[in-house]
Ligand binder design. Structure first.
Ligand SMILES: NC(=O)c1ccc[n+]([C@@H]2O[C@H](COP(=O)([O-])OP(=O)(O)OC[C@H]3O[C@@H](n4cnc5c(N)ncnc54)[C@H](OP(=O)(O)O)[C@@H]3O)[C@@H](O)[C@H]2O)c1
Length: 137
C-alpha cells in the first residue's frame, strides 16, 4: 500500500517535470511563430485595399453579380457594372452609390459578343483611367 502511494507520488512529480521541460522547450519556437504570423497577417491585403479600386462586374443586374456590386460598394470601390438589362443596372447603380461607391458606371453589353466585351473594357478605362477586372457571368 505504502509502496504504491510512493510510486504514485513519484509518477506525479516526474510527470510534472517532464511536462514543464517540454513546455519550456516549445515555448520560444511558438512565440517566434506567433510573432512571425502576426507580422505576416498585418501585411496581408485586406478589404481596405479595395477602396478606390475600379472593379468591373459582368452579370451585375441580378443574383451573384448584383451582390458582388454591393459588397465592393460597401468597401468604397469604383464600379463598372455590365449586363443586358439597363433599367435593372440603373437600380443596382443607385443602391451601390447609396452604400458607398464613389462612382458607378453602367454599361449595357452582351458578354457573348466579342465587340461588346471590348467596348465595355474600353469604356471603363476611358471613364476611370484604369480598371481591376472581376469577371462574373
Ligand atoms: N446562384 C447560385 O447559387 C449559383 C451557384 C453556382 C453557380 N451559379 C452560376 O453563377 C452564375 C450567376 O448565377 P446567378 O444566380 O447570379 O444568376 P442570375 O441572377 O440569373 O444572374 C445572371 C446575370 O448575368 C447576366 N447575364 C446573363 N447573360 C448575359 C449576357 N449574355 N451578357 C451579359 N450579361 C448576362 C444577367 O443580366 P441580364 O439578363 O440583364 O443580361 C444577370 O445579371 C450562373 O451561371 C449560375 O449558373 C449560381
Amino acid at each position: 500500500m505504502l509502496r504504491k502511494l510512493v510510486d504514485n507520488k513519484f509518477a506525479n512529480v516526474a510527470t510534472f517535470y517532464v511536462v514543464s521541460v517540454f513546455l519550456l522547450m516549445i515555448s520560444p519556437p511558438l512565440l517566434i511563430f506567433k510573432i512571425m504570423y502576426n507580422i505576416f497577417v498585418s501585411f496581408r491585403p485586406t478589404d481596405m485595399n479595395i477602396r478606390g479600386k475600379v472593379v468591373l462586374i459582368t452579370g451585375a443586374s441580378s443574383g451573384i453579380g448584383e451582390c458582388l456590386a454591393y459588397e465592393y460598394a460597401k468597401r468604397e470601390a469604383f464600379l463598372v457594372i455590365v449586363a443586358r438589362r439597363e433599367e435593372r443596372l440603373e437600380k443596382v447603380a443607385e443602391k451601390a452609390r447609396g452604400i458607398g461607391s464613389p462612382d458607378v458606371l453602367v454599361i449595357c453589353g452582351d458578354v457573348s459578343d466579342f465587340n461588346d466585351c471590348r467596348r465595355f473594357i474600353d469604356e471603363a478605362i476611358n471613364h476611370f483611367g484604369r480598371c481591376k477586372i472581376s469577371f462574373h457571368s
